[in-house]
Design a protein. Structure first.
Length: 295
C-alpha cells in the first residue's frame, strides 16, 4: 500500500477528533493509546518528554482525510511521545511496511516499537529493511482483563490506604525502582509522576500493621469505561508475602467502585509469578504485546 495513505498529525485534539471514536470502538486493545492521549490532553503535550508528540491516522473506506470519524473511516493509528517508542494499533504486514517506509523516508529516528505482538514484529522487520537498524526483542507482555474478582488467601496482615501528601518521596523512589526492575526507561519525571498521583489519589499502598508501606499499585485514568492497573511494585526484600496481590485487589475494587466497566493490566510474560498471581485474582488473558528496540 502507498506510504502516503497515512495522515500525520501533531495535535492531540485533532488526533482525537479524527480517531477517538475508532480507539473507543475497541478500548481493550487500544488501552495504551486511550490513556496516553487522555494524559496529553489533560496534563499538557510535554508530560512524557520535551519534544512534541506525534500521531498518525490510516484512513479506512470512509475517508478520515476529510475529517470524518467512525469505525469505517479509520483503519489504524499510531502515537509517539519522543524520545519513546512508536505505538501503533494493530497493522497488517503491508500497513506496517508502508508506515516504516514513510517514517524512514522522512528521516525519523525511532528507538523502538511497542504494539500487539504480530504488529510489533512486522514493523520491526520493516524498519530493519528500510533503515538497516537492528531490531532486538526487549519484552513480551500480556494484556489481561478482569473477569470475576477473587481475593487470594491468606490475606497478609495490614491494610490498604491511598497514598497521600506525606508519601510523595516514597512514590517517586518506588516509581524509579519499578521502571528499573522492569528494564524500562522512565516515561515521566519520577517526582512529577508522584505529585500527579497524589493529586489524583489513584495509587494505593499496602501497609503492614505498624503502618509501614510495603507495596503499591496504581490505576490509570478512566477512559472509554476502562481503568488499567499500573505500577504494581513490592521492594525485592519484601516479595513473596502476598503484598502485591493484596494491594492489586484493593486497586481493582476501587476501579470497579468508580464505575469502570473493564479493569485491565499488563504483565511481563517473562515473570511467571505475576502472571499466575493475576490469574488467581480473576484476570484473564486478552492478547499479547511486544516491545522491540532499534539499534
Amino acid at each position: 500500500m502507498p506510504s502516503d495513505d497515512w495522515y500525520l498529525i501533531d495535535d492531540v485534539d485533532e488526533f482525537l477528533a479524527r480517531a477517538g471514536e475508532f480507539l473507543r470502538s475497541r478500548p481493550a486493545p487500544h488501552t495504551v493509546h486511550l490513556t496516553v492521549t487522555e494524559n496529553l490532553r489533560s496534563s499538557g503535550s510535554h508530560i512524557y518528554g520535551d519534544a512534541d508528540p506525534e500521531f498518525g491516522v490510516l484512513p479506512g473506506e470512509g475517508g478520515a482525510r476529510e475529517g470524518k470519524t467512525g469505525d469505517t473511516d479509520v483503519r489504524a493509528t499510531f502515537f509517539r511521545t519522543p524520545p519513546h517508542t512508536l505505538n501503533p494499533t494493530p497493522l497488517t504486514e503491508d500497513e506496517a511496511d508502508a508506515l516504516a517506509a514513510l517514517l524512514a523516508g522522512q528521516g525519523r529516528e525511532l528507538p523502538g516499537v511497542s504494539a500487539a505482538r504480530d504488529t510489533a514484529a512486522a514493523f520491526a522487520a520493516a524498519w530493519q529493511r528500510h533503515t538497516g537498524a537492528e531490531a532486538v526483542l526487549r519484552e513480551r507482555m500480556r494484556l489481561y482483563r478482569l473477569d470475576e474478582l477473587t481475593v487470594p488467601q491468606p490475606v497478609p496482615p495490614g491494610r490498604a490506604r491511598v497514598a497521600g501528601e506525606a508519601d510523595r518521596k516514597q512514590l517517586a523512589q518506588w516509581f524509579e525502582e519499578f521502571c528499573r526492575d522492569a528494564g524500562e526507561p522512565l516515561l515521566r519525571d519520577a517526582q512529577e509522576w508522584a505529585d500527579e498521583r497524589v493529586e489524583r489519589g489513584d495509587v494505593m499502598f499496602w501497609q503492614d500493621p505498624d503502618g509501614t508501606a510495603v507495596a503499591m499499585a496504581g490505576a490509570s485514568v478512566k477512559v472509554a469505561g476502562q481503568v488499567r492497573v499500573v505500577g504494581v511494585y513490592t521492594p525485592a526484600h519484601l516479595r513473596g508475602r502476598g503484598y502485591a496481590g493484596a494491594v492489586t485487589v484493593e486497586v481493582t475494587r476501587a476501579a470497579l467502585a468508580s464505575g469502570a466497566e473493564e479493569v485491565l493490566l499488563f504483565t511481563d510474560l517473562a515473570n511467571p509469578t505475576s502472571n499466575g498471581l493475576y490469574q488467581r485474582i480473576g484476570y484473564r488473558p486478552v492478547s499479547d504485546f511486544a516491545v522491540y528496540d532499534f539499534r
